[in-house]
Design a protein around this ligand. Structure first.
Ligand SMILES: [Zn+2]
Length: 419
């Protein structure tokens, strides 16, 4: 962790960080003076659902399966219209950038054309995006889809989307093969989708162990499996290119197996509270060596802001420590910043490119105005007097929807933040 009270980040013509240094008096031309804003690595959101953003904040307190039926499947059906999908995606990418997120790993809906539209929107916007067409062959939310060919068709469409978009724009866009979760997929779909990801080098993303009702249903549907993680293990789905969302209620065996295979976890604390899913024993997982980044899980989570996800995550871990007398240490504000940036990049295997402000990395940056997080905003603000952990503490626990004033990917400014 490094903090410069008054620093310069040099970005070269290709959008890479050429150097990070202390500002030394008068600077040459071409310098954008952002003081007193705080320049941070762009946030990495490891789990979001693009079609669901319009319903963010609705349905608090419902259990997962009821919430899906009532608030989510109908809105995902709207993506059968690719123009609508393109509009929602463009708006969603502006919202992510406005929240300070420069990399997003997200689910689309089950429609191929909608995903082409979503990728086109990401291509135009400039955000770093890894997206996937949702695959479901056991249950589906669109009765117009022919059930007899649903598996073959979903695989073929995923493969075509992957061929078109995985690695596009020199790796700014990527494809994640996306079976929704074990409840909506047959063992064959899980297996074939994992094989597709392995064959193409794409990511593989799905949900695991989110909600007690869901876990019971998976046990009923897959009686041959030892536990929920074993369902994906048998499909060949575990490994460092796999990002599993939630993973709240893992057994010791499941945790050990995820660590052993290098499988990545998207921790979505705001969603887990919003849908009353449970509380992750995060410190235990980190202690075991699991790679964990953060996810907003909008619209399971009510807010796309990773700052607000960090705040909820921190409160939840405090509750664990206080109420359950969990002996492991609590994470501080800089630990949460790291989890929302560098660890997210590491979870995606992109930590050689993004996740921190270091020479040689691509310039994915956000500029945040710390004055928005002050309690008394009409008093003079002295940026040099504040400790970095204190700055982050304010930005996390007093985050403001307008505090992100700029977001860049590869040095290119993204539409979204108010500027
Ligand atoms: Zn989700």
């Amino acid at each position: 962790m490094r903090h410069l009270a008054d620093g310069i980040v040099e970005v070269d013509a290709s959008g890479r960080i050429a150097g990070v240094r202390e500002a030394a008096g008068a600077e040459a031309t071409g310098v954008i003076d952002l003081r007193p804003l705080v320049l941070l690595p762009g946030m990495v959101d490891l789990h979001a659902h693009l079609p669901q953003l319009p319903n963010a904040g609705l349905g608090a307190g419902l259990d997962l399966l009821t919430w899906l039926e009532r608030y989510i499947f109908p809105i995902e059906q709207g993506w059968s219209d690719p123009e609508h999908a393109g509009r929602i995606s463009a708006s969603a990418f502006r919202a992510f950038a406005a929240a300070g997120t420069t990399t997003v790993l997200a689910y689309g809906a089950v429609y191929r054309a909608a995903l082409d539209a979503a990728f086109e929107a990401a291509e135009a916007h400039g955000i770093r995006a890894i997206l996937g067409k949702v695959m479901m062959d056991r249950i589906t939310y669109d009765d117009r889809i022919d059930r007899s060919t649903i598996l073959e068709r979903s695989l073929r469409e995923s493969e075509e989307l992957c061929a078109r978009w995985h690695g596009a724009d020199d790796g700014r866009l990527g494809y994640a093969v996306t079976p929704r979760f074990a409840v909506s997929c047959t063992a064959e779909m899980l297996r074939e989708s994992a094989a597709l990801a392995a064959r193409t080098g794409a990511w593989w993303q799905t949900h695991v162990s989110e909600d007690p009702g869901e876990i019971a249903e998976v046990a009923r549907l897959f009686p041959e499996a030892t536990d929920y993680v074993d369902v994906y293990d048998r499909a060949g789905g575990l490994g460092p290119r796999t990002v599993l969302a939630h993973a709240i209620h893992l057994s010791e065996r499941e945790l050990a197996r995820l660590v052993e295979t290098g499988t990545r976890i998207a921790h979505c604390p705001a969603s887990n509270l919003f849908l009353a899913s449970g509380v992750m024993p995060l410190a235990t997982y980190l202690d075991a060596g699991l790679v964990v980044g953060l996810g907003s899980d909008v619209a399971g989570g009510p807010d796309a802001s990773m700052f607000s996800v960090m705040a909820v995550g921190a409160y939840v871990q405090t509750v664990r420590r206080v109420v359950l007398d969990d002996p492991l240490p609590t994470l501080g504000p800089l630990d949460w910043l790291r989890m929302g940036t560098f660890e997210g990049a590491r979870a995606l295997g992109l930590d050689d490119r993004i996740g921190s402000l270091e020479a040689g990395k691509e310039a994915d940056l956000v500029a945040v105005d710390p004055r928005y997080a002050e309690a008394l905003r009409d008093l003079p603000y002295d940026p040099t007097a504040i400790d970095p952990a204190d700055i982050m503490s304010r930005l996390i626990f007093r985050s403001h929807p307008d505090m992100v004033r700029g977001a860049w990917v590869r040095g290119r400014r993204l539409e979204g933040p108010p500027g």
